[in-house]
Design a protein around this ligand. Structure first.
Ligand SMILES: Cc1cc2nc3c(=O)[nH]c(=O)nc-3n(C[C@H](O)[C@H](O)[C@H](O)COP(=O)(O)OP(=O)(O)OC[C@H]3O[C@@H](n4cnc5c(N)ncnc54)[C@H](O)[C@@H]3O)c2cc1C
Length: 503
């Protein structure tokens, strides 16, 4: 059942077996998976079915440090997340890829790397996540695409590999799951309900209740057996840090880890590519469609990256090089491209002094090393409901720039050696530090997962180490960020969390 928070009596105390805060892809996947489990589920969502500017303003905050740019425009937290039923899936691009097996491992080049489990643990949940995101297939292996979709590959293994991404339609999780959740008698979805505090027992070891408020002034409480915080990688630390009724440093934050290790996916338009072969040879690397052997059409975009071994040998993190074709006229502004990142940076690069018309621009999306000084903290300004604004402190590290430089160089050398293309790094000759950087709208790591409570906020089941009945769903739990877009992985983790809650 869906209800409006203003229809709940002032001062009421609602109860449920499981309370989920937030209705984005993470929260709604958990809710949908709990239908039929015998558990009563209550979802609290800040927004409604339509976008509302006053609600959106609750997400306002600041960025300090390095510029946080999207399409060459400085952006703030309220511009990179939606406060609405379905969360940011209402405007995501839908680009999907699972993390690589080595993303889960301890890697010498990436301080703080290593997930509590390997890729094989998440594999069955990726299959479910692919269905949740309405992907045509859960297979991303380049060889399979060569055989099943007649893809011509520019690289097939070591040291350079092809990295396949697929596009979700894109799935709007609210629209898709509304009928199921509305019809289910054990599920309540309360819209326009803002959680303003997570209240724990005096020791901070159990959540007792949530304080909820609406913009019309209604206030009520919710008590549940277990709670799932699914409000995204910026709002999760914000709410935990702001909930100081029983714990002065915030809920689950005795070790000062909540909000730290914030990671984005920096995107760097880095070089021009001049192809020596006709379009058919590199078409798979442009945003487009492939027809599978069974006749279905799939939206996909392949990139080029280094093998796990090549990354280890170069002492760098993961990255993928994506091609934006300029084509004959040098104009790369297709609608789909306009939706994606880095357009203006790429346009500037295309325009820079060369008499030769380039065929395309390469943009490198890099894994960012987890750095405790990249973090979400609280500012002094309060939102309309009294919650301190989130402040993102963000910068690139030398390791991030090394990953960028080494990846584009090795991919360029591979393309030249195979005679496929010539890559020209930033033609202005500027140092890598000056190359334009864009963000990916991916917010990861702020409640990172680790088996050791001194090194992580949540355990391998996404349960907070310090709070026995509080779980986190979403990319906030990622210990490392890989180079793949986060939603497929966070949905896979949500499926896994739902299984855990069901038992
Ligand atoms: C322009 C854009 C393009 C993107 N493209 C891609 C892409 O191609 N591929 C990809 O993988 N990812 C993409 N993303 C990222 C993707 O949208 C997120 O990874 C995904 O939405 C995260 O899901 P979530 O459920 O964790 O959080 P969200 O989608 O952020 O949902 C959180 C929900 O919690 C609610 N909430 C917040 N605070 C409170 C509170 N205090 N009380 C109650 N409710 C609250 C919010 O209203 C929201 O509905 C894109 C993002 C943007 C902005």
């Amino acid at each position: 059942m869906l209800r409006h928070a203003d229809d709940i009596e002032e001062g009421a105390a609602l109860t449920a077996d499981v309370c989920i805060i937030g209705s984005g892809p993470a929260g709604l996947t958990v809710a949908a998976e709990l239908v039929g489990s015998g558990l009563s589920v209550l979802v609290l969502e800040s927004g409604g079915e339509q976008w509302d500017p006053r609600t959106q303003a609750l997400a306002e905050g600041r960025v300090s440090g390095e510029g946080f740019r999207f399409n060459s425009t400085e952006v703030t937290p309220d511009l990179v997340r939606l406060r609405q039923f379905g969360g940011s899936s209402n405007h995501w691009t839908g680009m999907c890829r699972p993390f690589d097996p080595h993303d889960f491992e301890v890697r010498a080049a990436v301080d703080g790397s290593g997930w509590p489990f390997g890729a094989e643990t998440l594999a069955p949940h990726y299959v479910r996540a692919a269905a949740s995101c309405d992907l045509a297939t859960d297979v991303f292996d380049a060889g399979w695409w060569r055989d099943q979709a007649a893809a011509t590959l520019l690289a097939d293994g070591h040291p350079v590999r092809t990295t396949v991404f697929q596009f979700s339609p894109p799935t709007r999780f609210g629209t898709k799951l509304r009928p199921l959740l509305d019809a289910d008698e054990s599920t309540q979805v309360v819209l326009w309900a803002n959680v303003t505090s997570i209240d724990t027992d005096p020791g901070g070891t159990r959540v007792d209740r949530l304080q909820v408020a609406t913009l019309s002034g209604r206030r009520f409480q919710v008590s549940a057996g277990r709670y799932v915080l699914a409000v995204g990688g910026i709002e999760a630390p914000r709410l935990l840090l702001a909930s100081t009724a029983s714990a002065p440093s915030g809920v689950g934050n005795s070790n000062d880890l909540v909000g730290r290790h914030f990671m984005e996916h920096p995107h760097h338009p880095s070089g021009r590519i001049l192809f020596a072969q006709p379009r058919e040879a590199w078409d798979f690397y442009t945003i487009g469609q492939s027809t599978l052997a069974d006749g279905r059409t799939v939206s996909r975009w392949a990139g080029l990256g280094l093998s796990a071994q090549a990354q280890a040998e170069a002492g760098i993190a993961n990255a993928s090089v994506q091609l934006y074709p300029g084509l004959e006229g040098g104009d790369l502004r297709g609608d789909r491209d306009r939706e994606t990142m880095a357009m203006r940076g790429i346009g500037r690069l295309l325009a820079r002094g060369s008499s030769e018309p380039p065929l395309g621009v390469l943009s490198v999306r890099t894994e960012q090393v987890p750095d405790p000084d990249n973090r979400v903290t609280l500012g002094r300004r309060l939102d309309e409901l009294g919650l301190p604004e989130p402040v993102i402190e963000w910068h690139l590290n030398p390791e991030d720039r090394t990953t960028l430089r080494a990846t584009i160089r090795l991919v360029g050398e591979h393309l030249a050696a195979t005679g496929a293309a010539r890559v020209e790094l930033d033609p202005s000759g500027s140092p890598v530090e000056d190359w334009p950087t864009e963000i990916g709208n991916h917010h990861m790591g702020t409640t990172r997962m680790h088996v050791d409570p001194n090194r992580g906020v949540v355990d391998e089941n996404c349960r907070m180490h310090e709070v026995e009945n509080l779980y986190v769903a979403g990319s906030a739990v990622f210990p490392t960020s890989g180079m793949a877009n986060p939603t497929l992985t966070l949905v896979a983790l949500a499926h896994r969390l739902a299984d855990h809650l069901r038992t």
